[in-house]
Design a protein around this ligand. Sequence first.
Ligand SMILES: Cc1cc2nc3c(=O)[nH]c(=O)nc-3n(C[C@H](O)[C@H](O)[C@H](O)COP(=O)(O)OP(=O)(O)OC[C@H]3O[C@@H](n4cnc5c(N)ncnc54)[C@H](O)[C@@H]3O)c2cc1C
Length: 479
Amino acid sequence: MTQILWLRNDLRLHDNEGFRLALAQAPECGPLSVVYILPEIWLQEDALGMTRLATAKAHFLRAALIDLHRQLEDQTINFHMYSGDPAKVFAQLFNELKDYNIHLITSQPQAPEERDTLNQIRNLTIPDSPSVISMTTYDAQTLFSSAQCDDLLTDFPSTFTAFRKCVEKSPRHWQVAKSIDTPVLALHEQLLNLYSPIAWPDQEHCPPLVLSGGERGGKQWLKHYLWEQRAISHYKRTRNDLIDRPMEHASSSHLSAYLAWGCLSARYVWHEILQYEAVYGSDEHSYWLKFELLWREYFHWSLRSSMINPKHDFGAALFSEGGLQRKAHGSQFNEERWQAWWHATTGVPMIDAGLRELQQTGFVSNRLRQNMASYFIHQLKLDWRLGARWFEMHLIDFDVASNYGNWAYIAGVGHDARPQRQFDLNKQLHQYDPELTHIRQWCPELNLVTLDDVLAHQSGIKHLETYPAPVVPVFDGEH
Ligand SMILES: Cc1cc2nc3c(=O)[nH]c(=O)nc-3n(C[C@H](O)[C@H](O)[C@H](O)COP(=O)(O)OP(=O)(O)OC[C@H]3O[C@@H](n4cnc5c(N)ncnc54)[C@H](O)[C@@H]3O)c2cc1C
């Protein structure tokens, strides 16, 4: 027998159930190969020219893979990195290993597309070989385990508040398990000969990452954020800032990309926050960081619960325009509006600044994401899924549950049946960028204009001469 550990969104050694299982099963299941596959579909353009891996995102992922490769190398284990259709790559690997029974270990699928791929692999057979293929899956992304969420999955709370209250009411049940230490991989390795290298998108024009990618970069960053900078001490007050200088004064935690690729486990982060609280005391700021991690949890389990629910078409409903609510939306594709979005020329400076920042760095603050999604859905009146796909292409922290969950939430089609969320961009600008600092950083052509000029321009009252007219003026009023 031989084992394959297929890493996906768990690019780490610490708190990785996959390595724990492989080590525990080694006596019966034999040598191990550690594999990563970049799905070729991520590199292919869709009908609108979007891939799933723009430059900054690719840069972060690559750094995470290199870091893990080096760490495995230190333990004299190869990290086999491939690109292709995962089912086809596995067909080739299984064929290469046809003299063995094969045990595949990988994390739970997060979304229907991954589940379908896993099912395809589960059903693979090796021609002319009696080998048996078996598979074990494990939780990798979340604070809570499938066992803890068992009851919740069949009757998922429709609002975040209900979910949070349920968690906070029974702290014993919802205790976050301690993270598993980095293992010593005293294992025999099964070498693989397959050659299918990753053709990375051109990264020449990508600015350097603000924070270094990978597990070791993530641990270092968390240490700096919590213990050296102690930036958690102002988290609740600053988390909505549009401008951030993470190394000197981090407004928010910048943990999202590390969590999305699994360079840091959510449980590890949680316990580090508890340790910080044990030393410095808990306050509204440390509580609020955990509160936001619970939002992430809410979206993850919301998607998982929809995947076992026939009413939600086993998860597919979240990716349909009407979402989990099956609401008729009736958006119409509009080429001019879509092009304005794509080229960051919507004529609404706050949105254009966010779009440029996202394209160039792969990151924008939560507050801007909310405003951008609201403008896309409620003003441009485009299909919210296109906006979600645009974010998927660019975000270094793209996470299927959080991204589609947040977009669906703002469109009013997620688990939460309350009406859609529409932001008043004039009010938001007043509140979050009154000095136009963020706008000027990303749209230097607006260096000499005033807040009143921008408000008049984006409301369609008086246009700035040097800036595109708003493709759709902003909404005045908020629900
Ligand atoms: C339209 C839209 C799309 C989004 N897409 C993603 C995505 O693909 N991946 C992603 O990780 N987050 C996404 N978010 C949530 C949020 O914007 C980011 O997690 C956050 O901005 C990342 O910065 P941070 O790590 O400094 O966050 P912090 O404010 O420091 O929050 C700490 C952690 O809590 C979690 N978190 C915070 N807010 C949310 C939220 N609203 N939903 C889910 N988790 C949250 C994240 O893991 C984050 O790292 C999206 C939000 C919106 C409005």
